[in-house]
Design a protein around this ligand. Sequence first.
Ligand SMILES: [Zn+2]
Length: 548
Amino acid sequence: MSNILQTSPIKGRPMPQDLFSHLHFDPAQGHIWLAGKRMMLLHARAFALLRREAIDALGLEQARAIFTRQGYHSGALDAESAARLRPHATIDDMFAVGPELHMLEGMVRSEALHVEFDVARGAFSAEYLWHGSSECGAHLETAGRGAYPAGWSLAGYASGYASVFLGRPILFREVECIAMGHPHCRVQGRPAEEWEEGEEDLRFMRGEAINQIERARSSARGGSEQRIVGASAGFNVAFDMLHHVADTDAVVLFLGESGVGKEIFARNLHAMGRRADKPFVAVNCAAIPESLLEAELFGVEKGAFTGAHAARAGRFERAEGGTLFLDEIATLSLAAQGKLLRAIQEGEFERVGGVRMHRANVRLVAATNVDLRAAVEAGSFRADLFYRLNVFPIRIPPLRERRADLPLLMEYFLERYSTRYGKAVTGFEGDAVAAMLGYGWPGNIRELENVIERGVIMARDGEPLRLHHIFGGGEALGPLPFRVRAGGRVENGQAAQEGDDLDLARSERRMIEQALARSGGNKARAARLLGITRAQLYYRLEQMGSTS
Ligand SMILES: [Zn+2]
């Protein structure tokens, strides 16, 4: 029953059905997503017991600090989504995303008594009644009536949300609470400096220590031009190994399917290590013809062979002092493997046609998508070279094993390509998110990146990426994960997909009609506007004619 949804959290406002469309259940993975962020359902009763235990173990002050901070972080995360969720809304409607998400998350229903802000002057003042706070109710039940308000996580959420939304410190305090015997929980928010000891309170909420850790992590990741992005368990294992080995000269071997980002990991390894100010030279072994490989790696002396008109340094020499990255190492011929092994073992090499020995002061990093052990057994890879390379293997999991990183990666690539193409793309439409979360990504991150780049090119300025913008390259979309439709009804893949097909047909028809209107009925021009051939346009017009 959806009668709980019939009351708008804020008088006169429509129900947050737009927000519902950003809630997805993916039971196959055990994931729940809200506005692109991973969520968990937990029992309110278990949460109440957790609070009770924290108070007993840590004391009231420490327990309050922890739950307030947890709330603050939730609010801050939701504030990051607000503008994306309601890109064209008035500032009031956009701000209301916070209290509405908080309600959708099952925390509390907020009734706004007044909300006033002046973004330009930084003025803010708000007052809400909280109805049915599970946190305050639980406190009353497990700790009894007290002399202090109990909506710790709730007040933290409101403060975190408003502070991040307005970009300045806003503090919410609960001034009346059912856990103190009041008929309602009543909460007020204003700039921290307008409260007595407000800034101190807010510092405590933010958890400065946590912020410092976050900053340290993000600066480590941002060290090179291409960031590695991720937060999933699989990603963190790989990233942690990278950290451990970065500052050594040990040979690192990256393992993983095509497209998982092995070269980006290698570049970050270089950027994090002590050779960071020296060159990083990448060689894709599969891209260089066998006959040229030796010359590419070790260089050529003048006259070494027909066409060698001048002496040329190889990749080993160009990487002097820095890192040499050999991608797709398993594609090297046995002869080339032998030469590479000698260079690694002796620490020196000679150019093709040369006699002088060159010292090789490079850190070697290699990568492969092949099981090298099996290649050794099959006789296509030298065992001695394998043991030289397999000093510190790091496995980078395929994207389907690190789905928790999808929202991060989606935002990262969306921002990159919106900037590159100078388009204000406002995010991802709910159906597009659902499809991306449900897709298998056989081409891994490279495929995700291509799909988003294509989507940004296709999307209109000021609009979100839609399903048909991103999946148009013949991808085999699996069943869509569960999602919540308007009115709070949960639907699974098939029915939803049929709906999508209809949506798709409808939006395609709209696009074609608009293109024809803009071209004044000129079909050749309309086809150009749509980026399709005239024949394709005729075909589609025929299809439209037969269904209307
Ligand atoms: Zn309360």
